[in-house]
Ligand binder design. Sequence first.
Ligand code: FMN
Length: 187
Amino acid sequence: MTTYNIGFIVGSVSSTSINRRLANALVKLAPQAELNLTEIPIANLPYYSADHDADIPAAAAEFKQAVEAADGVIIVTPEYNRSVPGVLKNALDTASRPWGQNSFQGVPTAVLGASIGQIGTALAQAHLRSILAFLDSPDLQQPEVYLQMTEGLITEDGEITNDATAEFLLGWLRTAHAHFELHAKQN
Ligand SMILES: Cc1cc2nc3c(=O)[nH]c(=O)nc-3n(C[C@H](O)[C@H](O)[C@H](O)COP(=O)(O)O)c2cc1C
């Protein structure tokens, strides 16, 4: 059986991030023989500027390389003001440049997110999918995961306290695995 090396990006740098809890839960749930999940950090990236194109900062180059080397990337994001957080957009912009060196090109992605509100990041994910389409990244369409993080649903270290939620997320990981497998064969 092939083990896919999947990077994950958390679109929040908050020390109390509920999306990091969700990412921790995915790491715990993922079938190890099939999916090896490793974080691709974004907190230390400089703000993207075209000034960097001629001499890419080391942190940006490392980030781009990690995206390119992954068999797929999972993006776990909050919704900020009905869109993606700036830190995540900065990471995507960094990966996309210099022009012609878009690190997400052909790299399959799968997105999900948690919010304290009932719409569960739906609008942020709609914007994110639009960005990923432009970056030519095949993005998993279904099932969608719009998680409302209620009190105690996922502990800080990623224990899911509700069986139905755990089962749903495991099913999502299995579908994501099939998506990564499909696009790995095409690359
Ligand atoms: C700047 C800001 C904007 C926010 N905008 C939204 C929003 O548009 N929709 C929403 O459901 N929650 C919104 N929230 C609430 C977030 O769902 C909540 O803060 C959540 O914990 C953020 O995820 P994180 O903990 O992973 O950073 C916002 C929070 C902040 C700080």
